[in-house]
Design a protein around this ligand. Sequence first.
Ligand code: SF4
Length: 93
Amino acid sequence: MKKSSNSSDNWEDLCEKCGICCFEKIENDNGTIFFTATPCRYLDVVTRECKIYPRRFEIYPECVQLTETLVQKLNWLHDDCGYRKAFGLKRRT
Ligand code: SF4
C-alpha cells in the first residue's frame, strides 16, 4: 500500500481493511442493521480489498465515500471500524 504524508492517504489509512462494510446489509422495521454474508461483487473476500478501488465510484456509484460527517452519522458502520475508533465513537444503544 502506498504511504505518504498526503492528507487523503492519512484519512484512508484509518481503514483497517476488515471489509465488513462491504457486505450487504438489511435494516429491519426497528432500524436495526443486520449484515448478510453477501459481499459486494467487487470485494476480494480473501484479501478483503476492493478490486476496483481507484475507480470504485465510477464503476459502482452506490459505493459510499466516507467522510468525517458520514462516519459520525451512518448507522451501519460497526464499532470496530477504524474510522469510528479514530473518532472515539461509542457503541450505539
Ligand atoms: S468497516 Fe471500516 S475499517 Fe473495515 S473496511 Fe470498512 S471502512 Fe475499513
